[in-house]
Design a protein around this ligand. Structure first.
Ligand code: HMG
Length: 391
């Protein structure tokens, strides 16, 4: 096996500048706010205006981490999403164009519910192991939609994570071993005629925990590592209570002191997700970012990552933090992005929810005045989405 270190070099994150307070949503739905804040574990939920879709959010995340000299070295764009904008053309092709990447770039969309970005990350790592000079841009971008007044409504959200995968990475080197598990399960899906997911909610939480147990066990058998080898475990967080349940499943395997360390790391890993909601493909990666931003970690620490995509596929993999890993993301910019958002009322959220670009093919010109993001969607003309970039 090669000694080359390969992994996550830089990470960018974008979510739109609107959010809904979960207390407001609970009161509007006749629920106890404590159910949303404690029972589900969410405080705020990103609200996505019609001028943002997965392509623009990905561009807004990627533009934060790309340097001019990267453009000729990026050989692939692997775009994980389950909120694609076309049944044929890949979001990655729009993105490569918006980012002005070189023409000798492969641009592909990957779909397996929330697992798509992990598939991208692992394929990217294998590619870089074979081509050490290359960079691969991996995206996890989604809009989590369940529908107004459904049990899933409190677990919506949206945004994009962009990761550059390279040799000798700044943030985290990936271990070559990982354990994955696939089974045909109907816990969550979105048929072609629907803009909202269908979900068997409580069943999906059980499948998630079962896949975590299976992949964690298989990973330990494969590597000989135990929980003692981990400074932190990061989870796909459809809502933060879900990861907490996953952690509780394995905590008894750790010593008392180590249980405290793993719990503190989990608290750090869920802080940002609590204020954004589910990002589907991006959720595990926002959680990792949250852990790196808020956790008490040091170079050499091993982090375990559980990725889950309904339908279903799970993977447990791991990585080792690199010296000066904090230089791989812009902590202050992320704090500002989250702090500078505007709260919308429940009425405004419901109106924006209905304003998603309709699937009727008609020409639409969107009011973009309120959207100050560098990349935005201006509307649709002749069946083509009109993407724009503000300099
Ligand atoms: P629900 O039926 O409204 O909630 O749906 P509940 O009755 O199960 O209550 C939730 C928790 O709140 C419970 O705690 C209650 O006790 C507690 P738990 O027993 O789970 O620990 N609770 C309270 N706590 C404090 N004060 C109170 C109070 N009242 C109740 N007053 C459900 C919850 C998650 C099912 C729903 O929101 C849903 O369907 N969400 C969408 C599905 C989902 O997120 N599934 C997660 C696993 S699948 C996955 O991760 C993949 C996914 O991301 C998609 C993809 O892969 O693409 C979803």
């Amino acid at each position: 096996m090669s000694e080359l270190k390969v992994g996550i070099d830089r990470v960018g994150f974008y979510t739109p500048r609107l959010y809904l307070e979960m207390t407001d949503l609970a009161l509007a739905r006749g629920e106890d706010p404590a159910k949303y804040h404690v029972g589900i574990g969410q405080d705020k939920q990103a609200v996505i205006p019609p001028t943002q879709d997965v392509v623009t959010m990905a561009a807004n995340a990627a533009t934060q981490i790309l340097r001019p000299e990267d453009r000729s070295r990026i050989k692939m764009v692997l775009f994980g999403t389950e909120s694609g904008v076309d049944n044929s053309k890949a979001t990655a092709v729009y993105l490569a164009h918006l980012l002005n990447l070189a023409a000798d770039t492969r641009a592909i969309e990957l779909k397996q519910a929330c697992y798509g970005a992990t598939a991208g990350l692992q394929l990217a790592a294998d590619y870089v192991r074979a081509h050490p000079d290359a960079l691969v841009l991996v995206i996890g971008a989604d809009i989590a939609r369940y529908g107004l007044r459904t049990p899933g409504e409190v677990t919506q959200g949206g945004g994009a994570v962009a990761m550059l995968v390279s040799a000798d990475p700044q943030i985290m080197a990936l271990d070559a071993q990982s354990a994955y598990h696939t089974a045909d399960v109907m816990d969550f899906w979105r048929p072609l005629d629907r803009t909202e997911a269908l979900v068997d909610g409580r069943y999906s939480t059980n499948v998630y925990l079962d896949f975590f147990k299976q992949t964690w066990t298989a990973y330990q058998q494969q590597t000989g590592r135990t929980i003692a080898d981990f400074a932190a475990l990061a989870f796909h967080l459809p809502f933060t209570k879900m990861g907490r349940k996953g952690l509780r499943q394995v905590l008894p395997e750790a010593s008392a002191a180590h249980q405290q360390e793993l719990t503190a790391a989990f608290e750090a890993s869920q802080l940002d997700n609590r204020n954004v909601g589910n990002l589907y493909t991006g959720s595990l990666y926002l959680s990792l970012l949250s852990l790196w931003r808020h956790g008490d970690l040091r170079a050499g620490d091993r982090i375990g990552c559980f990725s889950y995509g309904s339908g279903a596929e799970g993977e447990f993999y791991s990585g080792v933090l690199q010296p000066d890993y904090q230089r791989g993301f812009d902590d202050a910019a992320l704090t500002t992005l989250l702090a500078d958002r505007r709260a919308v009322s429940v009425a405004e959220y419901e109106e924006l929810f209905q304003q998603q670009l309709p699937n009727n093919g008609q020409d639409v010109q969107l009011a973009v005045g309120a959207d100050s993001a560098p990349y935005y969607l201006a509307g649709r003309q002749h069946q083509q989405r009109q993407y724009r970039h503000r300099m």
